[in-house]
Design a protein around this ligand. Structure first.
Ligand code: NAD
Length: 498
């Protein structure tokens, strides 16, 4: 049975309305408040298919006639994802079917005039995309309404996914692995990481012994090793986080490794994807490839914004992005490229702004703010980034680019003040230092394209303080992780002092 769908038998021998009232009285928490009741009538062989609600629970009760109710699970997180099921019923069955949000449902009247009562747990708001109608012949549901009526179950095999995560031992990659292993316990995850100074296997201690997780120490620029792993592990999908990512290093420490990993490495992955029948490749890139916006206007980067990187890190990332486009156009490689804004969350190497400040404050030192502190970034929690990447891995369109951000623009000085306040420190702990060269003034993301696919982030602008507090608490509560990284990586942490 499709996960979370409930079928209740109503035993009271009263009128239909009473029967439903009884069930609701004793019944389901979702139906404490019924917001809307509809009556549906269908002639023989008439079909009403498929409806899909983002938030609303639906309950269906049959008053007269005989029906075929078809359910199709569209929730990627569900164990019965993409499974279709048929329920038959007539009025003497006294069945009440309770359908969770995001399970699509449709009806066909079989023998007689069909009369149904349909109730909703929230008032539906089609304007707000709560209700989506799917055509009865939608190929993604792949359902034949003319099926013989004695078929009760359509068994659709669950897709087997062996996911190669390149750069999974870094900050966002390890958060993504946690997210995916939790949500899809039936996927196999192969983490392929070179373990540069930024790679940290302590980020994955809690999953390292699981049967469906494998770590391989490898470089994305090493084609034969990469392809060997793809073949041995029968990889079906690839996502790439592997990169040299620290802007200050690309400025002060030379940028050969940046060009190698961020551009050439991506080309190696593209070749491996092309040569091994991979179904989807998601290339994780950054909004920094677009260059800088002005502080003085309210424009945002959309997917058509020109690529105009201002620093070596971003230029090397842009090289990889453009190669993805070329491989899609030339070779039809099934690649999707993302441009995400600044991330915050657990497991971030403390050379980046938020953990860098937390570590400084913990050490009783002042926090250095570049220039006038007015540079603006659009901050997103790693959990929302992971959610977006999960969606694109399953539903992203080949050859397309998607921008990811939550409309949470904040100046560096505001972030500094918030971190100090949340850690109980005064603003005296802040000091301004010389700006770095090529420091982009403002980034802001227009994410309407991925939102149309159904991405619904949790840590919106209103929830930012909550997300930031949870992040600070994570670093305070995970002292072992903090102490280990300080011991093992102390030589790397202050290489490029502000
Ligand atoms: P990170 O520096 O924390 O991790 C990078 C990981 O890649 C490390 O584990 C490292 O060992 C690995 N790696 C580096 N070179 C490699 C190679 N040649 N082969 C295999 N593995 C290699 O980076 P992050 O902050 O987690 O960023 C991940 C990705 O997301 C990057 O591609 C970055 O451009 C992108 N991104 C980051 C942010 C952000 O705010 N951090 C925002 C948008 C996009």
């Amino acid at each position: 049975m499709i996960q979370d769908v409930l079928i209740k038998k109503i035993i009271q021998n009263n009128t239909s309305k009473h029967k439903i009232a009884e069930v609701n009285k004793y019944g389901d928490p979702f139906f404490k408040a019924i917001r809307q009741t509809d009556f549906l009538e269908l002639e023989k062989d008439e079909i009403k298919a498929f409806l899909w609600h983002r938030k609303t629970w639906t309950q269906v009760f049959l008053i007269s006639g005989e029906m075929q109710l078809v359910l199709h699970d569209t929730r990627p997180e569900s164990l019965t994802y993409e499974k279709t099921e048929i329920i038959y019923g007539n009025e003497s069955d006294n069945k009440l079917v309770i359908i969770p949000p995001k399970v699509a449902y449709g009806f066909k009247s079989i023998d007689d005039k069909l009369k149904l009562i349909i109730q909703y747990s929230e008032s539906r708001d089609p304007e707000n995309l709560d209700e989506i109608e799917i055509p009865e012949n939608d190929p993604s549901i792949n359902f034949n309404w003319n099926l013989n009526k004695d078929i009760f179950n359509v068994n659709i095999e669950r897709e087997k996914i062996n996911l190669l995560v390149c750069g999974g031992a870094g900050f966002i990659g390890s958060n993504f692995i946690h997210y995916m292993m939790n949500k899809y316990p039936h996927y196999k995850i192969i983490n392929y990481d070179k373990l540069t100074y930024a790679g940290n296997l302590d980020n994955l201690r809690d999953v390292e012994n699981k049967d469906n997780y494998v770590f391989v120490n490898g470089d994305i620029c090493d084609y034969s090793r990469l392809e060997g792993v793809i073949k041995d592990e029968e990889i079906t999908h690839v996502i790439n986080f592997a990169a040299e990512t620290h802007v200050d290093r690309s400025i002060y420490g030379g940028c050969v490794d940046f060009v190698l990993t961020n551009s050439l490495g991506v080309q190696m992955i593209l070749d491996a994807v092309k040569n091994n029948g991979i179904k989807k490749y998601v290339q994780v890139s950054t909004d920094e490839v677009f260059g800088s916006l002005k502080l003085t206007d309210d424009s945002k980067f959309d997917e058509n914004w020109p690529i105009m990187p201002n620093m070596p890190y971003a230029a090397a990332k842009a090289g990889g992005d453009l190669m993805c486009n070329a491989y899609y156009v030339t070779h039809k490689v099934p690649v999707v490229v993302t441009h995400c804004s600044n991330n915050y969350g657990p497991y971030q190497f403390p050379e980046k702004l938020i953990p860098f400040f937390i570590f400084k404050i913990l050490a009783g030192e002042k926090v250095p703010v570049y220039g006038d502190g007015l540079n603006v970034r659009d901050w997103i929690h790693t959990e929302d980034h992971a959610k977006a990447l999960d969606l694109l891995l399953h539903k992203g369109e080949d050859g397309e680019v998607y921008n990811i951000g939550v409309d949470n623009e904040r100046s560096n000085i505001d972030i500094t003040r918030m971190v100090l306040k949340l850690m109980g420190k005064s603003e005296d702990m802040m000091e301004f230092v010389k700006d770095r060269p090529g420091h982009d003034r403002r980034y802001a993301i227009d994410s309407s394209k991925i939102r149309k696919l159904g991405w619904d982030p949790k840590y919106t602008k209103e929830n930012f303080e909550k997300g930031l507090k949870e992040t600070i608490d994570w670093y305070l509560n995970n002292k072992d992780w903090v102490i280990d990284i300080q011991n093992k990586k102390s030589g790397e942490m202050n290489v490029f002092k502000r």
